[in-house]
Design a protein around this ligand. Structure first.
Ligand code: GDP
Length: 460
């Protein structure tokens, strides 16, 4: 996800590292590199233009800071502007004053709407809501069935016209009610909402049909559903891998259904993704969620600031901690993150605990990608054998309690002993200690507050 963009930007900033002062030509060269990196990542041209214009102005302007060196200042500016094009503030679902809150999903076929319905349902359920999913995709042969499977996996009930008969305009039987409806998605949506209300679901999520490309009929149907159920939120789901077509598609849906928020799906893919990143800026609508895989758990609230720092390889420890919270005992995990931030010093014991947590969460590579400074280790990360984690654990376990809390005191002979004890090379012990040093620095910076988790990728 945005790996090559991230690598390119990190490299650009790396070139500035040694400069004591930025000349006009430094700024020009940097802006040019940023521009190329964004264009190569498929970020839409008008967005790139505006972005580089502002970065140039701000970098040339009088933002002299005693606290930051020139390279750090440029990163800070790029970070802030990136947060801005990603939509600024984090925003999620607005709930209706009177339930049910209706959320409608729209987007092209294959965008990930049905999958998202399950993820969103689970996310809401975990927060104590009582969502109902409504299957209004009566176009794709298997869509209703797919939503039922998704709902089951997420543990969220589904309102759907019964199998068979749905594709004609014959009367069909609805699940649950035993009443009759038509193969008309607008009618199904209306009844779904009514059922949600009757059965005291406080949120109703409506999955709608998509087409392979934007067409009038599709848009009319979506608009009709919108008009019929008056949703609080209309979420436009877009496949982050569709490239430049993202912009036109987003504009068409915005005109057609006037969506209120965006969901980026398939962010786990290794496509460039920049076009999807432009959607917020081009439409002025916030990106609310990100879908990062096929499983129900592969779902995140989209935080523009965290995404920016991930792209700039500043790490995303907050998301990491949140995922830990979700995967585990909430109280225990909340305690863990609080403790990390309140402790005098982040120690190897915490690191071990964090690793153990990460290990249990699965999808380790994705999680590791959120660690600060990882872009430098991308190749290693790609080649990563998940058994690595057992080795890390073995290394830390071979340390004495004193060493775990005083890692700076681990000298050469201690390193050799630890390596021997855990059956690894000394270089692996060194590597681990170095990685830990970065995490420790990062924690320190986060504790100081200021929201900006330093610039560990730059090791400045
Ligand atoms: P819909 O036509 O918009 O309802 O799209 P679906 O929800 O059916 O998704 C289309 C395909 O993309 C399915 O095979 C999903 O499993 C897959 N998919 C959806 N979201 C993601 C995601 O975030 N990552 C990956 N890798 N696959 C996804």
């Amino acid at each position: 996800m945005f790996n090559s963009l991230s690598d390119r930007l990190t490299q650009t900033f790396g070139n500035l590292k040694r400069k004591g002062k930025l000349t006009e030509s430094d700024v020009n060269a940097t802006v040019r590199d940023i521009r190329l990196a964004l264009l190569d990542a498929d970020v839409a041209l008008p967005v790139v233009k505006q972005f580089t214009k502002v970065v140039r102005e701000r970098a040339t302007g009088a933002e002299v800071s005693e606290a930051l060196n020139p390279a750090q200042q440029v990163v800070k500016i790029v970070n802030e502007e990136l947060v801005d094009i990603l939509g600024g503030e984090t925003r999620t679902i607005r709930f209706a004053k009177r339930p049910p809150t209706v959320i409608m999903l729209a987007g092209l076929q294959g965008a990930g709407k049905t999958t998202l319905a399950g993820k969103l349902g689970k996310w809401l359920k975990d927060q104590g809501h009582t969502p109902l999913l409504v299957a209004c995709d009566l176009q794709r042969p298997n869509a209703v069935n797919q939503l039922q499977v998704v709902g089951e996996r997420a543990g969220v009930p589904v309102y759907a016209p019964e199998k068979g008969n749905v594709f004609g305009h014959d009367a069909v039987t609805e699940t649950g009610e035993g009443t009759r409806s038509f193969g008309d998605p607008v009618e199904v949506a209306r009844r779904g909402v009514a059922q949600g209300q009757a059965r005291q679901h406080d949120v109703v999520i409506i999955d709608t049909a998509g087409r392979l490309a934007v067409d009038e009929e599709l848009m009319q149907q979506a608009a009709d559903i919108r008009a019929a159920v008056n949703p609080e939120e209309v979420l436009f789901v877009i496949d982050a891998m569709i490239g430049q077509a993202a912009i036109d598609t987003a504009m068409a849906f915005d005109q057609g259904v006037n969506f209120t928020g965006v969901v980026l799906s398939k962010l786990d893919g290794d496509a460039r993704g920049g076009a999807a990143l432009s959607v917020a800026s081009v439409t002025g609508k916030p990106i609310m969620f990100a879908s990062t895989g096929e499983a129900v758990k592969d779902f995140e609230v989209f935080h523009p600031d965290r995404m920016a720092s991930r792209i700039l390889d500043m790490g995303d420890v907050l998301t990491l901690i949140e995922q830990a919270e979700r995967a585990f005992d909430r109280a225990q995990a909340a305690d863990m993150s609080k403790r990390f931030l309140s402790e005098e010093e982040f120690t190897l014991n915490d690191f071990l605990e964090m690793f153990a947590t990460v290990k249990k969460m699965g999808n380790i590579k994705q999680l590791m990608g959120m660690m600060p400074g990882m872009s430098q280790h991308r190749a290693a990360l790609d080649a990563l054998d998940e058994r690595e984690f057992d080795r890390v654990e073995a290394i830390v376990r071979s340390m004495t309690p004193f060493e775990r809390t005083h890692p700076k005191q681990i000298n050469g002979s201690r390193r050799a002993r630890i390596a021997k004890g855990s059956g690894v090379q000394v270089s692996e012990v060194n590597q681990l200690l170095e990685r830990f040093g970065q995490a420790q620095k990062m924690m320190k910076q986060m504790k100081k507050g200021g929201g900006m988790p330093g610039m560990p990728g730059m090791a400045m």
